[in-house]
Design a protein around this ligand. Structure first.
Ligand SMILES: *Cc1c(COP(=O)(O)O)cnc(C)c1O
Length: 388
């Protein structure tokens, strides 16, 4: 069997990446604007904690940028997903469809609700859920009853789908939305990786009833740690705010709470960084696109491996740049990881698929052959905005 020349791939990466850095990370934050100024204002005014003007500004700027009606800032993306699931009424014993190819937070959030993640295959052109394969699968296992979509195999209700925009590339939202309508499922978008990514000209996060964002340190913009819930629905946004702020009833001095809920607030000092980062987002996006274009160009000439580019309908943020080995060379993936990391270029495989993790191995799932193939061939490569 023929082998890929891994040296050629290493040299291609070296040609794109800056030479002066001895170690290049996968995705590092980029602070070029008002971060210091806004953080200093928090410290000077002592408004560092659970409320403040930066929280309000960050929420309204996020809503404006993404084109949704409301944004509610929270402590991280996992908390955003946890609340999203509760907002749409996911209860213990319900099933929630999620791709097996995702970060573990998607599955964990479902588990926090006592619900059951049910693993779905992905497609190679988007790296996200394959709507057609999903529709066929649901035709074979689901039955629409008056209360909703029932899994005939388990007897449980399937309530929702969480669509993940993998590495920032939008899933086929229109097609997926149709599947949701047909099977009476609520769509949630896990847009943790897709701030700045557009589907047919509209920002991701506009198809889900509710959407989760993340501002972890490795995401396209960061607040240190943070997240947000997006929705068009004012009453859901108000409920999200209530549930993430201990369900305290407004009063000048009394502490009354009307339900068991969460302290999932994003502190003002983190939101301050978020406000500055959001001002720089257009610049970050264009730098990242320029880097992706360099990669695309150089890897066009290299046999046996391809640089993943945005689907036709999308304008992606290129959050994490991705190489896909041809199937014939998947066996060389670890050697390539070893070689590039030895040369100070950080590369990483895809996450281990959810259904292979010990705590999720016995959960319901469809045929996952595409996700399994992708998992064996994906390599993420350095993607920071300042590398260009
Ligand atoms: C980062 C991420 C999350 C979770 O975000 P945190 O802020 O780290 O909790 C959820 N889903 C996906 C797909 C992510 O990449």
């Amino acid at each position: 069997m023929s082998q890929l020349d891994l040296k050629v791939i290493l040299e291609a990466l070296q040609k794109v990446l800056p030479q002066e850095q001895s170690c290049i990370g996968l995705h590092e934050p980029y602070f070029i604007g008002n971060e210091w100024v806004y953080v200093k204002e928090c410290l000077d005014t002592r408004w560092v904690s659970s409320v403040g003007k930066f929280v309000d500004n960050f929420e309204s700027s996020l809503a404006k940028y993404t084109g949704v009606n409301r944004a509610v800032a929270v402590v991280n993306g996992t908390a955003a997903l946890h609340i999203c699931l509760q907002l749409i009424g996911v209860k213990a014993g319900d099933e929630v469809l999620i791709p097996s190819l995702t970060f573990v937070a998607t599955a964990n959030a479902v588990s926090y609700c006592g619900a059951i993640p049910h693993f779905i295959d992905s497609e190679e052109t988007t790296l996200g859920i394959d709507p057609k394969k999903l529709g066929n699968y649901l035709d074979s296992i689901a039955e629409i009853k008056s209360e909703g979509c029932c899994n005939r195999k388990t007897g449980r209700f399937i309530k929702a789908i969480i669509a993940v925009h993998t590495f920032g590339h939008p899933v086929d939202l229109d097609a997926l939305y149709q599947v949701c309508e047909h099977f009476q499922l609520t769509l949630i978008e896990d847009a943790a990786e897709s701030l700045g990514s557009f589907y047919k000209g509209r920002h991701t996060g506009n198809w889900g009833k509710v959407t989760a964002l993340s501002f972890n340190g490795n995401k396209i913009i960061t607040t240190g740690g943070g997240g947000a819930i997006l929705t068009q629905d004012d009453s859901l946004a108000n409920l999200a705010k209530h549930m993430t702020t201990t369900a305290k009833l407004p009063h000048r001095w009394a502490f009354n709470h009307d339900q068991v809920s969460y302290n999932y607030r994003l502190p003002n000092i983190n939101a301050a960084i978020g406000c500055a980062q959001l001002e720089n987002l257009p610049e970050i996006l264009s730098a990242k696109r320029a880097l992706a274009e360099k990669y695309a160009q150089i890897f066009q000439q290299i046999y046996g491996i391809k640089f993943f580019t945005e689907p036709d309908y999308a304008h992606s943020n290129y959050w994490l740049n991705t190489l896909l080995l041809n199937e014939d060379y998947a066996a060389q993936r670890n050697d390539l990881l070893e070689l590039t990391n030895n040369y100070g270029i950080m590369t990483r495989p895809a996450w281990t698929l959810m259904h292979k993790l010990p705590m999720y191995k016995d959960f319901p799932r469809m045929n996952l052959e595409v996700a399994e193939s992708l998992e064996s061939r994906i390599i993420n490569i350095p993607s920071s905005a300042f590398l260009v």
